[in-house]
Design a protein around this ligand. Structure first.
Ligand SMILES: [Zn+2]
Length: 305
């Protein structure tokens, strides 16, 4: 097995600035392929939050174990599709593109409600779609062969965190959308306790963390504007659970090294357990969404007429 890990240093994807402040460091605490603690940094010019240095694009495959992209189409997703549909329902659309479409079941859900639409999907990790009415390309969006000024609607559910260049995606989406077309997508919130204090961002698979402020700048840069946004609580639990768990641990000197080596002592473990209990009280209700501090945001962008 190749045990060398190639990292790359990057400039800000949004504004090109190379200055940043470090927010925190976090290892890949899911796979622990190595002990490296990835710096999560914030651009001093535009506020974009990203992993830097990060695994090079050609290395990303090893951070996604086989099966990672499966299971996106089972029954439990129908509930999610119902919520997603509420976001697209207010708009007129005949042509839809789904970025990261997996087996195309979200597009099939749309088709069941509104048959006869022009439905396209792209996904670099899926070999085929389950539905013959979906025009599918196995490709990254930026490399896909799609018509410009063609789509009324583009969707991307939890995709932009994973890509190496969000700018390239915003550029491509804007190009493929008709004037007045909508881009509806879900991202994690860089200003949430979920991301900042509870360390829930899936590093290094989540390479970018967004906010209203940074999405507004992306939209403007690629001739779009935000027309709606929602701190949604339906997709997965993006409360700040873990905030007090880690806070009390940190106070007693717990760090990622101790966690990864399983050397957290009994006093530290007790403190963290108390932290967990405080988490369960503080985050019992979904109060963060009302304060725009929850971990997920769904945006609706419109391409300028
Ligand atoms: Zn920047």
């Amino acid at each position: 097995m190749n045990t060398t890990f190639k990292l790359e240093h990057i400039h800000c994807d949004l504004c090109g600035n190379d200055k940043y402040v470090e927010r925190y460091r976090k290892p890949d605490n899911w796979l622990f392929l190595n002990q490296f603690q990835y710096p999560v940094v914030e651009c001093t010019a535009c506020g974009l939050v990203y992993v830097n240095p990060r695994p090079a694009a050609e290395e990303m495959g090893r951070y996604y174990p086989s099966g990672y992209h499966d299971g996106r189409n089972d029954e439990k997703h129908l509930e999610r599709y119902a919520v997603q549909y509420l976001y697209i329902k207010p708009y007129q659309f005949n042509s839809v593109l789904d970025v990261g479409c997996a087996r195309g079941d979200w597009l099939a859900y749309i088709n069941r409600i509104s048959p006869g639409l022009e439905l396209h999907g792209v996904d670099a990790f899926s070999n085929l779609v389950n539905h013959d009415f979906v025009t599918f390309q196995k490709a990254l969006l930026c490399e896909a062969n799609l018509k410009n000024n063609f789509f009324d609607l583009v969707t991307a559910w939890a995709v932009l965190e994973h890509v190496h260049s969000p700018s390239a995606y915003f550029e491509a989406v804007s190009r493929h959308l008709k004037d007045g077309g909508k881009f509806i997508f879900l991202v994690t919130n860089s200003e949430s306790l979920y991301g900042k204090r509870a360390y829930c961002e899936d590093i290094p698979r989540h390479l970018y963390h967004f906010s209203e402020k940074t999405i507004e700048q992306y939209a403007k840069k690629f001739s779009m504007k935000i027309i709606a946004k929602n701190y949604d609580t339906h997709f997965w639990d993006a409360r700040g659970i873990g905030t007090f768990y880690y806070l009390l641990g940190n106070i007693l000197g717990v760090n990622w090294n101790l966690i990864s080596l399983n050397r957290v002592n009994i006093i530290q473990k007790l403190a963290m357990r108390i932290g967990s209990f405080i988490d369960s009280l503080v985050f019992y209700f979904q109060w963060e969404a009302r304060l725009k501090k929850s971990g997920i945001i769904v945006f609706v962008l419109e391409k300028a007429e």
